[in-house]
Design a protein around this ligand. Structure first.
Ligand SMILES: Cc1cc2nc3c(=O)[nH]c(=O)nc-3n(C[C@H](O)[C@H](O)[C@H](O)COP(=O)(O)O)c2cc1C
Length: 208
């Protein structure tokens, strides 16, 4: 039995969101194919993610010096640790984002800050950082109104490229993307673009 962790970062209702709807279709197809697997769904706009703030950093620094964090620092660090452990316990990951101002929504960034932890998900060597999350696979489901798949706007994609770079940093190299793009740039083709993304998500679910 595998564990699939699906992290969604979108405050919209599912029916108003292309990325969330595509993710729902992916999960439906995945469940049908893998009925014994455990699926954890975490929408980081519905369940708050602790920010790495001054108290967290102060607490981490105290731990490094062998000192005890304050109760408040400890509480925040524990909340982050829970997310790191949940991430490490999964075998497969699905990240679901809309493009917001060329990148991912800030709560996805906050979530990613909880899983990039030296000593747990990567470590430093003299040759540079090495990822510790090995043998796992990931999918990024992403919706954006304009086109960023081809040059010259491809350089402005700080969403899919960021997710992929970060996962690679952690050691996850088997990463696919389903990108629904251009539906606001070409509204007459919006439905066809969306349906193609749903079909691609269902296709990937069968082999994920
Ligand atoms: C705050 C905000 C910023 C956005 N920024 C971009 C952008 O930089 N590029 C783009 O192509 N679309 C942008 N959009 C459009 C969304 O990416 C598009 O509506 C997409 O379908 C959102 O995904 P969703 O339908 O899953 O919510 C933005 C939308 C919002 C609400």
């Amino acid at each position: 039995m595998a564990v699939l962790l699906c992290v969604q970062a979108n405050p919209k209702p599912v029916e108003d969101s292309k990325s969330l709807t595509i993710a729902e279709e992916f999960l439906r197809a995945y469940r049908a194919k893998n009925p014994g697997d455990r699926i954890i769904e975490r929408n980081v706009y519905r369940e708050p993610v602790p920010f790495v703030d001054a108290e967290v950093i102060a607490g981490w620094e105290k731990l490094q010096r062998g000192e005890s964090p304050s109760p408040r620092e400890e509480e925040k660090i524990k909340a982050i640790d829970v997310l790191t452990e949940e991430f490490l316990s999964a075998d497969k990951y699905v990240f679901v984002t809309p493009m917001w101002n060329l990148s991912v929504p800030p709560m996805m960034k906050a979530y990613l800050d909880t899983i990039v932890v030296a000593g747990k998900t990567f470590y430093y060597t003299e040759q540079g950082p090495v990822g510790l999350v090995k043998g796992k696979k990931a999918l990024h489901i992403h919706a954006r109104g304009g086109y960023y798949s081809q040059p010259p706007t491809a350089e402005m994609d700080f969403a899919d490229r960021y997710i992929r770079a970060l996962l690679s940093f952690l050691g996850i190299e088997d990463v696919s993307s389903v990108i629904c793009e251009g539906h606001e740039y070409a509204p007459d083709r919006a439905d066809a673009i969306f349906q193609a993304a749903v079909a691609e998500a269902r296709r990937l679910a069968a082999e994920f």
